[in-house]
Design a protein around this ligand. Structure first.
Ligand code: SF4
Length: 144
């Protein structure tokens, strides 16, 4: 079975900034076709749960109260890539809009729920390394 790296919050892990999950029922269908490898870059990068919301601001990641958390975000991205390399993973399903996991669209750094074009830190690195990144809204493409 092909393996997929998946945002841990999508499979029900309570690792989201507010201590909740983003469980998505489509996961059950994915499990029939793929082996899922759950991973949360922010937690693995060393951030606590719950944690202050973060957004990408230019080349940094800042908390809503202005602390620079770029380093743990980069560490989480590196670890995500290491797992992909180690397990031969070529596909990732990552949570839309997250400053780590978002793909093609993320919040704009103003903490006003305004979106902009761009990738989260982990999604950006995985794409650069040739891993195909989907959001949970694109899972149907993997079920064809
Ligand atoms: S960093 Fe990714 S996996 Fe972790 S809670 Fe945020 S969206 Fe989910």
């Amino acid at each position: 079975m092909e393996k997929i790296l998946i945002s841990a919050c999508l499979v029900g892990d309570k690792v989201k900034y507010n201590g909740q999950s983003n469980y998505n029922p489509k996961i059950k269908e994915l499990l029939e076709k793929y082996e899922l490898v759950p991973f949360c870059p922010e937690v693995e990068g060393g951030l606590p749960t719950p944690r202050t919301p973060n957004e990408r601001v230019k080349d940094k990641v800042l908390t809503e109260d202005g602390r620079d958390v770029t380093k743990p975000f980069e560490k989480g991205a590196d670890l995500a890539y290491n797992i992909c390399m180690y397990l031969g993973i070529k596909i990732a399903v990552l949570k839309a809009l997250s400053p780590s996991c978002g793909s093609n669209e993320i919040y704009d750094g103003t903490f006003t729920h305004t979106k902009k074009k761009g990738d989260g830190v982990t999604a950006e690195l995985l794409k650069k390394k040739g891993i195909k990144v989907y959001t949970e809204n694109e899972i149907d493409e993997l079920l064809k």
